[in-house]
Design a protein around this ligand. Structure first.
Ligand code: TZP
Ligand code: MG
Length: 220
């Protein structure tokens, strides 16, 4: 069992958002294990169409993998599922907040666990900064198959200037555009496809980790 505090975001910089749809048919458990071996800091289970039984089975296995390796385990969309799995936290999109306001999620999960919120514009980011969340995500920065729009890099500096908690940048990140992010001051990134679809998942995760180490890591 690792002694890392998986409920702190300090020094956490690489976040894999695991989504079966983008796994090219590979087993999610295998992909997750390779990414963990490669050094990811956080793993999110993001499955939109599995039954609760399947989510409990998969989530139980992913939570155990993360716990053994000091990786923070986050469940997408559902604070009750996150609590049931004893996950480290939950990630809520703007639509999730309509169904479950962040204060309700906090009641379910308590102070100790992590709540992350997605934002897609500077205005949303500003508003979400006032909410009781532990980190904010901002994106999609680059074009991605997962969303039908992208924000671009022009607002990254403004977002980092406004930030009072860790911000993870997401959307279409790959080795070819990573340097642009780094130059804008980004130290925390989340990815789906570029890690899940890599030939050598551990090596690709390791590459990002190395680059992010050079970039400085998350300070809070
Ligand atoms: N939210 C904003 S972009 C995105 C999510 C879930 C998808 C990121 O996936 P990829 O494959 O890294 O572009
Ligand atoms: Mg959601």
């Amino acid at each position: 069992m690792s002694t890392v505090n998986t409920r702190s975001l300090k020094d956490r910089s690489l976040y894999l958002v695991l989504t079966e749809e983008y796994g090219n048919g590979r087993s999610l458990r295998e992909i997750a294990a390779e990414a963990v071996a490669g050094g990811i800091d956080l793993l999110q289970m993001r499955e939109k169409s599995k039954s609760r039984e399947e989510l409990l089975r998969l989530g139980g296995d992913l939570a155990a993998l993360c716990r053994r390796n000091g990786v923070t385990f986050i469940v997408n969309d559902d604070p009750l599922l996150a609590a049931e799995l004893d996950a480290d936290g939950v990630h809520l999109g703007q639509e999730d907040l309509q169904r479950c306001p962040v204060d309700r999620a906090r009641e379910i999960l308590g102070r100790d666990r992590i709540i992350g919120i997605s934002t897609h514009s500077v205005e949303q980011f500003r508003r979400a900064s006032g909410l009781d969340a532990d980190y904010l995500a901002f994106g999609p920065i680059f074009p991605t198959r997962t969303k039908d729009y992208s924000i671009g890099t022009a607002e990254i500096r403004e977002v980092l200037r406004l930030a009072t908690k860790p911000v993870v940048f997401i959307g279409g990140v790959n080795p070819a555009n990573f340097e642009i992010l780094r130059k804008e001051g980004v130290t925390f990134v989340a990815l789906i496809r570029d890690i899940m679809q890599a030939q050598d998942i551990a090596a690709r995760a390791g590459w990002y980790k190395e680059q992010l180490k050079k970039a400085g890591g998350t300070r809070r």
